[in-house]
Write a protein that binds this ligand. Structure first.
Ligand code: UD1
Length: 379
């Protein structure tokens, strides 16, 4: 059996790494071997967003890099389809395995189905119900086309059933990202906070936040960072209210950095002694910072899940989430606040007095990749 494994953007790398390890383990047995090719669409291309993840997660060099880079959604999806079709025609895999919800996930599943190649979607069934999110469109189309839908939790399996997906195609395998997290905890635990901060900062940092005494921030969604009014309001909150109570550590996503510069907000942030701006971090650095943070303020989906498992209070600057299992009302540690700063402020004050409490949803046990592979083989 031959698999084409697809990655495109940062959150994909964390999900494909355990699957490759599971394939390598399987191939040590006497069972029929599984061949794979790794295809990187190149949507995320710079060393901070891509190479550092390949290195830290020991992902082998991709067999194909489609070099798609930045662009509009249609450019990214269209260019990926054109390039990926050539790979499929020459490589003839039995399966295309896609993960997550980025543009590569969508583009490669459409291309595969048109070539009549089976599609397996890992992290199937997540739904925010918000069609203004490009990721929601990617999820819906990918799931509609997939032959095997591997879900992280029961809520996602239920979403698929409610949409009329054949129940035989849906298998709950748990959260593959937690395989990576569990594997990395020991290495991350040995890192020092001040060393991470010095190594990832462009500026001289005089402040070294201590464990349990800083807030970790990540923001990249268009709904928070693309409009001058929204981003200005958020930055004002950080400067005027948050940073006066606790140091803020903020690894800045390239989309956000461009906009902070464009909206002339970057210098004010830089000048604030209690705000530490960092470049995008490698996986271990991020894990260490998360596991020692007083709280996380984010609009990332993956971080909501990691916070739940690590027990970090998570203030999620989104109006909805495709990952309800991470919310406090479903047993997680995350609270949705949109970009309503009065809600952000309330949750921020609450989190200052909150204790960490790790929550582990069903099958988020570090063995999801083995179950994914078993389902593909069984199909
Ligand atoms: C993408 C995903 C999103 C995911 C996020 C994580 C889609 C639709 N969105 O959003 O689901 O949560 O990645 O990071 O697929 N850039 C660089 N260097 C890079 C990559 C990007 O400078 O290595 C710049 C691009 O030029 C672009 C901006 O960052 O201007 C945004 O990149 P893009 O790939 O369009 O989407 P993300 O916002 O990263």
């Amino acid at each position: 059996m031959k698999l084409a494994l697809v990655v495109g953007a940062r959150p994909n790398f964390v999900k494909i790494s355990p699957l490759i390890k599971a394939i390598n383990e399987h191939n040590k047995s006497t069972l029929p071997q599984i061949q794979y090719i790794l295809v990187h669409t190149g949507q995320h291309y710079d060393s901070f967003m891509s190479d550092s993840f390949f290195q830290s997660l020991q992902i082998p060099k991709p067999h194909f890099n489609l070099g798609i880079g930045s662009g509009t959604h249609a450019e990214q999806v269209g260019n990926t389809m054109i390039a990926f079709e050539k790979v499929l025609k020459s490589e003839q895999p039995d399966w295309v395995v896609v993960v997550g919800d980025v543009n590569a996930t969508l583009a490669c599943s459409i291309t595969a189905k048109k070539e009549q190649i089976k599609v397996c979607h890992i992290e199937a069934g997540l739904r925010s119900g918000d069609m203004t999110m490009p990721e929601e469109i990617n999820r819906l189309v990918t799931d509609r086309l997939s032959d095997l839908l591997l879900t992280p939790d029961q809520l996602s399996s239920k979403n698929l059933q409610q949409e009329g997906t054949d129940v035989d195609k849906i298998k709950m395998v748990g959260n593959i990202m937690i395989d990576t997290l569990n594997d990395a905890l020991e290495t991350a635990g040995m890192l020092e906070l001040d060393e991470i901060i010095q190594r990832n900062s462009a500026d001289e940092v005089n402040k070294n936040p201590e464990a349990d005494s800083y807030a970790l921030i990540t923001l990249h969604r268009p709904s928070n960072v693309d409009q001058v009014e929204d981003l200005t309001k958020i930055v004002q909150f950080f400067i005027d209210q948050a940073a006066s109570q606790i140091p803020l550590v903020w690894p800045v996503h390239p989309r956000t950095l461009k906009n902070l510069e464009r909206f002339e907000l970057l210098e004010t942030l830089r000048k604030n002694n209690n705000i530490i701006l960092l470049q995008p971090l490698n996986y271990f650095d991020m894990l260490k910072l998360n596991s020692q943070a007083k709280m996380v303020i984010t609009d990332s989906g993956g971080l909501q899940e990691e916070c739940t498992v690590l027990g970090t209070p998570c203030i999620t600057m989104r109006f909805n989430t495709e990952r309800p299992i991470t919310l406090q009302e479903h047993g997680g540690t995350s609270v949705l606040v949109g970009n309503d700063l009065s809600k952000v402020k309330l949750s921020f004050n609450a989190a200052l007095n909150q204790k960490r409490e790790s929550r582990i949803p069903e099958l988020w046990d570090g063995h999801a990749a083995v179950r994914c592979l078993a389902e593909i083989i069984k199909y």
